[in-house]
Write a protein that binds this ligand. Structure first.
Ligand SMILES: [Zn+2]
Length: 287
């Protein structure tokens, strides 16, 4: 799933490609992906692209004041095409969910792979009309997000585990399963640590790790097209998605434990004093 750095890079890349272009039409193939009906999709036809932005993990195409908002979720992606077919796509079993056709014959394919359909598209007059955007917490790289903002968030989160707090979009916007693993690894912190138990020194470390990990990922992703972003994200990971492999910092074996609806990866030596975390998924099965 694309997170803050990838969506940021997509917004930059698409912003350059779409700047000054007008939309000829938008073909919706997967009707269920379009979550709004007013304004209708054809309200975008003939509109100029003023800019492409980001809210958390949402991509925002500003079309002369009307917005096409995309949430790529787990399997969604966008693919730039220098030339799109002239005939509208037919609904079928392929991954194509929608196609944006531009006035110079180029365009954008919005695709979704897999069976867990989560891709969402919205046509709105104001991005805040999208419930997921209205609910978003502050952006961790935003100017106003200081160490004391993080401290306040953690105090307010009480005994919630820090891993869950970091990826809760209504608390902090843009961080998902992958970068929360990476941030906690960089901060040498257990993912199960209660949020309110962090000392001021811990908060400073976590704040720094957040900026370092997201900043590095953004720097690596900038200038890459959509097709190269997924590979870059994966290649930059130290623990996430690397269970059984070696921690590049200390040489211990990266481990995995169940968390919420999926799993998290961490390094015992770097993060939990060398002790593996108990996998509650396993202990539930044994009871
Ligand atoms: Zn390690």
């Amino acid at each position: 799933m694309p997170e803050l750095p990838e969506v940021d890079a997509l917004a930059t890349d698409l912003g350059q490609r779409l700047h000054g272009r007008a939309i000829t039409r938008v073909d919706i193939v997967a009707i269920s992906a379009l979550k709004t009906f007013d304004p209708p999709i054809y309200a975008l036809h003939g509109m100029f692209v003023d800019g492409v932005g980001r809210h958390g993990k949402f991509l925002d195409l500003d079309l002369s004041g009307t917005h096409l908002i995309l949430h790529l979720s787990r399997g969604g992606w966008v693919r730039w095409r220098d030339e799109v077919p002239t005939l509208p796509p037919k609904p079928g079993k392929g991954p194509l969910a929608a196609r944006v056709v531009l006035d110079d014959g180029s365009g954008l394919d919005i695709t979704e792979a897999g069976t867990r359909k989560g891709l969402a598209m919205y046509v709105v007059r104001d991005p805040q009309d999208v419930p997921g955007i209205a609910r978003l917490g502050p952006d961790p790289l935003g100017d106003g997000f200081t160490e004391s903002s993080l401290q306040e968030i953690l105090t307010a989160s009480g005994r919630s585990q820090i891993k869950g707090v970091l990826r809760d979009q209504s608390v902090i916007a843009g961080i998902g399963n992958a970068y929360s693993d990476e941030i906690l690894h960089a901060a040498k912190m257990s993912p199960f640590k209660p949020a309110s138990s962090l000392t001021p020194a811990d908060v400073a470390t976590l704040y720094q790790a957040m900026h370092e990990i997201l900043g590095d990922a953004i720097a690596r992703s900038r200038g890459l097209g959509a097709s190269d972003l997924k590979g870059e994200k994966k290649a930059g990971m130290r623990v996430h998605g690397r269970a059984g492999q070696t921690c590049p910092i200390c040489g211990d074996t990266v481990r995995e434990v169940a968390f919420a609806d999926s799993a998290l990866q961490y390094c015992p030596t770097c993060q939990t004093g060398g002790k593996p975390l108990a996998d509650r998924r396993l202990s539930r099965l044994l009871k």
